[in-house]
Design a binder for this molecule. Structure first.
Ligand code: NAI
Length: 334
């Protein structure tokens, strides 16, 4: 039976990596019917909105979407599409596995952590005001409910994925109430998961530890802003943004997308690395229960990297097309 899935190609390199990912999925043998919808800068001028209603309706109906990066025009009164999408669909958990791939530089080898980022509140709640000319205020919103469900998600994920530890990342020494609330809830939730070791680390110390000994952190659970920043640091640990996948998980729908943005500096040049979106699609296949197709793509990716085919961001010479063709061939042999 074919799965009906919403595809939002996005802006910049989005359509290039989305097209590559569609071909890779096809090569894996999984049957997908795509509902393609545009959002972001591509539709802003024509539609007067960056997120037309039918996009949200399609994701709500299909419950699963694959999404390319989206740029929100700055200073034109548009709200971030990504933030709006995550809030409208209540995609509260942003899961980002940071894992090294073979054949990428040795200094990037051996990293294997997962960042579980709260996706709906914190400084991203959109609560900003000008108190008076020259004085702006952004409100950091942290609720017990959101802390509880993200901590529960992280511990549950750790148990299911046979991880040993969940580390909460915070700055409760300074933000005693907001980050203090996260810490308090984390400690309570941890008691319900005796097989998983809980750990606590302040966000600045976490940045250091990620560079020195990332794997000790194992599964990180954290607020929206810290998770956003640490994800890019994590990407740097495994070779860059061209690799790292992500999933936005809610109660009734899930949107799979790479960590990277629209990469305007390389858009349209045919050199973008599609690996991050391909790996996001692999997460999507596991979510759909299509484990055989997911494993085929994982094996194909390993074989492609081991054979030395790499895009320019990983110091290789392959363009998006060469890489995609090599990957599809490898999947055919997997
Ligand atoms: P970016 O991730 O687009 O680019 C940062 C650097 O990484 C650039 O040098 C780029 O060429 C490189 N890069 C990123 N992905 C790559 C890939 N797949 N292959 C090869 N190189 C890659 O971050 P930036 O420049 O800060 O953001 C650009 C735009 O993207 C902004 O409008 C931002 O708001 C948006 N954005 C959207 C996201 C989303 O839709 N989820 C996430 C992050 C940013």
């Amino acid at each position: 039976m074919a799965h009906t899935i919403t595809l939002i190609p996005g802006d910049g390199i989005g359509p290039e990596v989305a097209d590559a990912t569609r071909r890779v999925l096809e090569a894996s043998g999984v049957k997908i019917e795509w509902e393609v919808h545009n959002a972001g800068a591509a539709v802003a001028e024509k539609r007067g909105t960056t997120l037309p209603d039918e996009v949200l309706e399609s994701v709500r109906r299909n419950k699963v979407a694959l999404k390319g990066p989206i740029g929100t025009p700055i200073g034109k009164g548009f709200r971030s599409v990504n933030v709006t999408l995550r809030q409208a669909l209540d995609l509260y958990a942003n899961v980002r596995p940071i894992r090294s791939l073979p054949g990428v530089e040795p200094r990037f080898e051996g990293t294997d952590i997962v960042i579980v980022r709260e996706n709906t509140e914190d400084l991203y709640a959109g609560l900003e005001l000008m108190i008076m000319p020259g004085v702006a205020q952004s409100i950091k919103l942290i609720t017990e409910r959101a802390c509880a469900r993200i901590c529960e998600y992280a511990f549950d994920y750790a148990e299911k994925m046979n991880r040993k530890r969940v580390t909460v990342v915070h700055k409760a020494n300074i933000m005693k109430l907001s980050d203090g609330l996260l810490l308090e809830v984390f400690r309570k939730v941890a008691m319900r998961f005796p097989r998983i070791e809980p750990a606590e680390v302040i966000v600045d110390a976490c940045a250091l530890q990620m560079v020195k000994n990332a794997n000790k952190l194992d599964v990180i659970v954290t607020e929206n802003l810290y998770g956003d920043i640490l994800s890019d640091l994590g990407a740097g640990l495994v070779g860059g943004l061209g690799i790292v996948p992500g999933a936005n998980i809610g109660i009734s729908s899930a949107v799979f997308e790479a960590v990277h943005g629209t990469a305007p500096d390389i858009a349209g040049k045919g050199i973008a690395n599609p690996t991050a979106l391909v790996q996001s699609a692999v997460m999507m296949l596991h979510h759909l229960g299509e484990h055989t197709a997911a494993t085929k793509i994982e094996k194909g990716l390993l074989a492609t990297f081991q054979s030395g085919v790499r895009t320019a961001d990983l110091s290789g010479t392959a363009g998006t097309e060469d890489f995609t063709r090599a990957l599809c061939d490898a999947i055919g042999r997997a």
